[in-house]
Design a protein around this ligand. Sequence first.
Ligand code: ADP
Length: 441
Amino acid sequence: MKRKIMLLIGACIFTVIALATIQGYFIYNIYKLNEKEINTAIKKQIARLEDTDECENLNDTWILQSKKYVKEYVKGNATKQDYTKYIISNRDSLSRAMNAYMKRKAQPEDYPISYSVYINSVAIVNHGKPETLFNGKILVLANDTLKKNQILSSMGRSETQNTEDELTIVIKSNRYYNFEKLQQTIISKMAGLLIFSVLLMAFVVFLYYMSLKNLITQKRIADIKTDFVNNITHEFQTPLATMDLAIKTLQRKDAQMSPEHYKNTLAMIARQNERLQKLFRQVTEASLTPIAGKDIIQVTSEEIKDMIADFELSRPDITIEFTSQKEAFTIAMDRFHFNTILINLLDNAVKYGALKILVDLKLTTGNFILSVTDDGKGIPVQEQVSIFDKFYRVEKGNIHNNKGLGLGLFYIKQLVQTYKGTISVKSEEQKGSLFTITIPV
Ligand code: ADP
């Protein structure tokens, strides 16, 4: 069963991971789709901006001027460096003009993009002789400060052939754009979807967690109930078998039975009957919620000493020490309930190996405290939280070193709680246990 539960937990983890991966994959695809959509819209926006006379004039300024330079260069009146100097010196004014133009043409649905134009090469063919005037990447204009991750929007090629001078000029340029808030825009567009997916995942994990927790609890309860049935069968077996034997002895009319033997057999039946009734009482008491008595009782040292003396009578090998802060305590509690608690705790101490027990009564701020310390076999730390549960026994399955139904401490706890008190345990294996009961006065 443990293996099955582990497998189930593994399967749940695997499904959650698989679901998260699939969800992540879909979200990534939606992100990419949105990115594509925005880029297409931006390209349309750029096409609209570029498709005007005003924009063409702006571009013509540097193209015509470049051609003039080429002609001067061919004549020997300008150098290649002069050309780059010219482009750099005109960059600011062209950029300003482009910026102003884009602002004027902006429409509400437009994305706030940065736009730039670069010259890549200026090549000539002079009287059949090819020559490169410029090769590289030089910024002509930009409407904004330059940003990283520029995206190519279009490539331009301007070719002029002059048959008179036998001069061909080819200017190649690239146009770029950048939308800095692209990621932010997509994420805010997808915010609803993202939040919904995270919530959905959290809900699935929560559902899995609750189901598994429930399953483990159910399994624990089922185990405890099986143990209880085993225990009760075991507990009833001995008295029933003994009684059966005793009754058969009495029924053997022919047997010569001494009065002593007769008395002993009857006493045996009475003892076993008492034991069966005790077991029965335990089961019925534990299934009923105790009702708090309204009495105000005086718990005196005298009566506790008497109770202990009675208890010691049937267990002569056990030493019980008793200490009390006062001669008498006044507490609001049913006397029978108080006695049941003390006797049950003493019973347990003896049952679980104690040879020496210490009972102590005291009063601290507003609380009456009864503690029972023993030098028995103790309780493992991991079991200490469960021993007050119904039917819970440390010895599980078919191990029955000590008889019991796992109801004693459960019943004590119920009684203590009826009086708004608490019960706690401190114990170390092979050293002993300390049970402390606190009842508000
Ligand atoms: P039962 O004694 O019938 O099993 P209880 O509810 O009285 O049921 O006790 C629950 C479990 O707590 C016991 O099975 C036992 O292992 C452990 N226990 C209780 N009292 C003591 C004690 N004084 N010393 C060691 N173990 C104890």
